[in-house]
Design a binder for this molecule. Structure first.
Ligand code: BES
Ligand code: MN
Ligand code: ZN
Length: 482
């Protein structure tokens, strides 16, 4: 539990102090630590001591005031909570701080995320289940902000739970999580948090004419499901945002088989689906007054005598024909049908697709920046504002018309790969061919939705990206603060 109180000190078992390297010190203990170079407030530093009444004081460094980013703050809070866990502290206080460019709400949100994500583990298959769940109280915050902070804590807590849902879904292995069970999870989550979920089976997907989607899934014993989630938070508006998440519950590559080393994390190829489901939960729990439809075309890219093959020419819900040159470029085939569906059947005005789409985005941007393509500068600016508020990082790549020739088909209208060069762009622009001029954002999260390098707020596995940005993008707060 996290709360905020109008006190500067209380009888906590432990109190956390977040300290800047370059801040003025009016604390004897800190001054001494700094002189002795034991703790200087550098980013990543931790120090703790017992107090006279046998409680603990924990210090965690934030680095320089002007250099602190939102993610650094989240990680510093997570680090201090991890230290508190080692010390068995259940009643934990945390001293409020100021941060460059962040308003009280943004700081509160970061603290809540740091606290909640610090103790995230995916250990259900390991037996050891003592989850650390301290009572955390934020103290020393400006009096006049307390009411606002209480609301923020509640909101941020629901967003953090959305992140956790996304992580859990990504971490679940493909023998447990396949299209049918993913759909079941979505139904349960919808029931718990308050959004409608409709699931279409193979026959119904066929009736909708989603030919490209069906081709990808047809080699697997696990049959595809189309998962449609609707949250209508504003009756007085007919504006609808559409979210589409790539839902490959496993990607072997198909006949264009992946080498083993690239296949071993492919249970995570439904990271986009996980993110939109987590986002729907956060929106519904916070009773956001927006209308959102999310769609996941869930299937498994597997090999069998019935799988699709390189050279196949396939149809799509839009009517466009596609030459399959590489069965490992399957994500875009599922996504374009999901996009046609969400535009034509759910009447959305804008589309955001979220997908673990290309290895190329890892080459271009690494593991901390999501690649973006967009056909609409205003919508992209909304993403920039949302990202400033979430702390997650994005970078836009050009969808220049010069790339079009790379994926123009020889024997069909389009081909599903554009070759080795500009792989993230051609994948995104292939999808753009199906958005019917709706304002569109394409988020390639192949680098950001999974991590091998754990940090204090994110263990190895699913990261939950970009739930918190998608949430902010839909909510569209007027305040442009971080
Ligand atoms: N799911 C993969 C992309 C991926 C790669 C996700 C690494 C996460 C980590 C996608 O389906 C894929 O295989 N893309 C191919 C496209 C290529 C064949 C044009 C790729 O990136 O190699
Ligand atoms: Mn693939
Ligand atoms: Zn894939």
């Amino acid at each position: 539990m996290i709360q905020v109180k109008d006190i500067s000190i209380d009888n906590f078992q432990g109190i956390i102090n977040l300290v800047y390297e370059d801040q003025e010190i009016n604390n004897k203990v800190l001054e001494n630590l700094k002189l002795k170079k034991v703790f200087e407030g550098k980013s990543g530093q931790v120090f703790y001591k017992t107090t006279e009444d046998l409680n603990y004081e924990i210090f965690v460094g934030l680095g320089k005031f002007n250099e602190l980013e939102k993610t650094d703050l989240i990680n510093a809070v997570a680090k201090s909570v991890k230290q508190a866990e080692k010390l068995n502290i259940n009643e934990l206080g945390i001293n409020f701080i100021k941060a460059n460019g962040l308003c009280t709400g943004g700081i509160t949100k970061s603290i809540v995320q740091g606290v909640k994500l610090a103790s995230y583990k995916f250990d259900k298959y390991k037996g050891n289940k003592e989850a650390y769940n301290p009572n955390v109280t934020i103290v020393g915050a400006p009096k006049e902000k307390l009411e606002k902070m209480k609301l923020k804590i509640e909101e941020a807590s629901n967003v953090a739970d959305g992140i956790i849902v996304a992580r859990d879904l990504v971490n679940e292995p493909a023998n447990v999580l396949y299209p049918e069970t993913l759909a079941k999870r979505a139904v349960e989550i919808g029931k718990d948090s308050g959004f409608e979920v409709e699931v279409f089976d193979e026959k119904q997907i066929e009736d909708l004419g989603m030919k490209a989607f069906l081709e990808v899934g047809k080699g697997s014993v696990h049959k595809p499901r189309l998962i449609v989630m609707r949250y209508m938070g504003n009756e007085n508006s007919d504006e609808r945002v559409g979210l589409v998440g790539k839902g490959l519950t496993f990607d072997t590559g198909g006949y264009s088989l992946k080498p083993s080393a690239s296949m071993d994390t492919m249970k995570s190829d439904m990271g986009g689906a996980a993110a939109v489901i987590g986002t729907m939960q956060a929106l519904a729990k916070n009773k956001v007054s927006k209308n959102v439809v999310a769609v996941v075309a869930a299937c498994e890219n597997a090999i069998s005598g019935g799988s699709y093959k390189p050279g196949d020419i396939i149809g799509s819900m839009s009517g466009k024909t596609i030459e399959v040159l590489n069965t490992d470029a399957e994500g875009r085939l599922t996504l374009v049908d999901a996009i046609t569906y969400i535009i034509e059947k759910e009447n959305v005005d804008k589309v955001v697709d979220v997908a673990t789409l290309t290895g190329a985005v890892l080459v271009a941007l690494g593991t901390e920046i999501t690649g973006v393509l967009s056909n609409n500068d205003e919508f992209y600016e909304e993403l920039v504002v949302a990202a400033r508020r979430s702390g997650e990082k994005f970078w836009r790549l050009p969808n220049d018309k010069c790339f079009k020739k790379l994926y123009k088909g020889d024997f069909a209208e389009l081909k599903n790969t554009g070759g080795r060069f500009a792989g993230t762009i051609t994948a995104g622009m292939f999808i753009e061919e199906f958005v019917q001029d709706k304002p569109w954002l394409h988020l390639d999260i192949a680098g950001t939705s999974w991590t091998d390098a754990a940090n204090d707020s994110t263990p190895k596995g699913g990261t939950g990206a970009p739930v918190s940005t998608l949430y902010e993008l839909v909510v569209k707060h007027q305040c442009k603060h971080k």
